[in-house]
Design a protein around this ligand. Structure first.
Ligand SMILES: [Zn+2]
Length: 535
């Protein structure tokens, strides 16, 4: 199948129309808005897909989501307001103003603003009682520390956003934990010079709503047959255009084109709330019938300075050779780059189940997780190209497909090390992935076996965790968060010695970066938290 033919089958504005419709919904997890969005998506699919495709909406309760996944309690926002020095912001003009899942206030809550410079340092929260703490990173850790310190409120902002954009910071406070600290997000322009100002916060929210995690699955072919999966998360506050109405729209357009083509194998499409919905449906049954997954997350942003190109992030080395080869082939034909594994979306969940998965993604995105992530910043042509790419990869991994491209990962890893002048890591990678020999590097001398007890780690703030514990874990793995702190779970799935795990990670990320003593400390911390078993 030529990419050119797939392009002909995907009308130029099809995905863009779907995207615009979805961006009208405020799709915050565990709210009524996400249920309405799911119903509207189901309607979109029924209107769009050909007759050979079936559609099902599965609505999971919180009990349907596995316990290792931070799962928010139900939440419904009536209104939020913030007043600082004569300026007032409202949730009507900024849908991301109230940090999702924040407790309500009792009338107006007031306090003096105090900037927290290092949110992971518990000392910064001393004498914070009655103050409104202003935090620029590690929000979920800071939330717990601020609450434990008796602060009267917490304000989040982000230094990397345009000055007037209000960030989206979801708290994901689980059911069963008792929280009372109100949290809101403010633009950077209001955080500057805020120290000592009086801050007033008003939040009218209902935290007693029964949360639902609706998943939409569509398929062609055998209902129980194994086959590739196209997927995207549809959650996030309005507008959430690039993240991730774009992935949803491109996945639907790709699936529709392939359904019409009827390639003779089972093919599915799944749309879900990020991590919670995918964890529910993959663990329940979908991972068991999926041969490979193409996850689209942020794929339609208009190319401008600051926005990264679309890339296909391959599975971690040692998993999914066929998918890696098919992805290289399709990416080459579609004119996009491939990149080594990076975490942060629902492909992590599928990889945690041992099924190969790639992520198609644009990174960085200057408007990511803010109220400026709107349809204006989407390029309809870029969006269609991403649909073409998703369809091409899914087609190249279907039954009977024989990709002619090689597995690019060993070469990418070796050349990455060599471009940094890192001969030792290049030698190790050659030995491990290309059958070379003679590397003098040795892993940590530790023959204990590490086995993952959860598919992967979604966040370093786990249900029931106190602020200091969360801060310690964050300090330990923060810089490696998207890389080995997640990838090690995939390798530990069936059990692996600590030494072998050290070699695998060091070969990919570099022998200087993956220090044996730090890895052992990370594993011991994970063991203490019940995430892995080391014996
Ligand atoms: Zn996303």
């Amino acid at each position: 199948m030529k990419v050119e033919e797939l392009r002909r089958r995907i009308p130029r504005l099809e995905a863009y129309r779907i995207l615009k419709r979805l961006t009208m919904h405020n799709r915050i997890q565990a709210t009524r808005g996400i249920v309405e969005a799911a119903e509207d998506l189901e309607a979109t699919l029924l209107e769009t897909l050909p007759d050979n495709a079936e559609v099902e909406l599965i609505s999971y309760s919180a009990k349907g989501v596995p316990g290792w996944m931070p799962t928010p309690r139900g939440w419904h926002l009536e209104e939020a307001r913030v007043r600082i020095g004569g300026r007032e912001l409202t949730s009507r003009s900024h849908p991301t103003l109230a940090a999702p899942h924040t407790p309500p206030t009792d009338g107006w809550s007031r306090g003096e603003a105090r900037l927290v410079r290092d949110p992971l340092d518990p000392e910064e929260y001393r004498d914070a009682e009655g103050k409104v703490l202003v935090v620029k990173s590690h929000y979920r850790v800071a939330y717990r520390l601020a609450e434990e310190a008796g602060a009267s409120g917490v304000l989040f902002y982000r230094e990397d956003l345009p000055p007037a954009a209000v960030p989206y910071i979801g708290l994901f406070l689980p059911e069963g934990e008792d929280h009372w600290l109100p949290a809101v997000s403010i633009p950077r322009s209001m955080a500057e010079g805020i120290e000592g100002s009086t801050v007033e916060v008003y939040i009218d929210a209902d935290t007693g709503v029964e949360p639902r995690f609706p998943v939409i699955v569509a398929w062609i072919g055998d209902r129980r047959g194994e086959g590739p999966l196209l997927s995207a998360h549809y959650c996030h506050p309005e507008p959430g255009a690039n993240d991730n109405a774009s992935g949803v729209a491109a996945a639907i357009a790709a699936f529709r084109a392939l359904a019409e083509l009827d390639p003779g194998f089972t093919l599915r499409l799944a749309l879900f709330p990020e991590y919670t919905g995918s964890a529910a449906v993959f663990g329940n049954w979908l991972a068991g019938v999926t041969s490979s997954m193409v996850n689209l997350d942020m794929v339609g942003g208009r190319q401008e300075p600051g926005l990264g190109p679309v890339r296909v992030y391959l599975p971690p080395t040692g998993m999914g050779e066929g998918l890696a080869r098919a992805s290289l082939e399709a990416s080459y034909l579609a004119g996009v780059e491939v990149a080594l594994y990076s975490g942060g979306s629902d492909h992590d969940v599928m990889l945690g189940h041992g099924v190969p998965a790639v992520m198609v993604n644009q990174w960085p995105d200057p408007y990511y997780h803010s109220d400026w992530d709107d349809a204006y910043r989407i390029d309809p042509d870029r969006l269609r190209e991403s649909a073409v790419l998703g369809a091409a990869i899914a087609l190249a991994t279907g039954v009977g497909a024989r990709p002619s491209a090689p597995d690019p990962r060993p070469w990418m890893i070796v050349s990455r090390h060599l471009s940094r002048g890192d001969e030792a890591s290049a030698g190790l990678a050659r030995e491990l992935f290309l059958g070379g020999g003679g590397s003098s590097w040795r892993p940590v001398d530790d023959s204990r076996v590490v086995r993952g007890l959860v598919p992967f780690l979604a966040d370093y703030v786990l249900p029931g965790m106190g602020g200091e514990d969360a801060a310690r874990l964050a300090r330990l793995i923060d810089g490696e968060w998207n890389a080995y702190a997640r990838e090690l779970f995939f390798h530990a799935r069936g059990g692996i010695t600590v030494g072998a795990l050290h070699s695998k990670l060091a070969a990919v990320y570099g022998v200087e970066r993956i220090r044996g003593d730090v890895l052992v400390r990370v594993l011991e911390e994970y063991e203490r938290l019940g995430l892995v078993e080391v014996s």
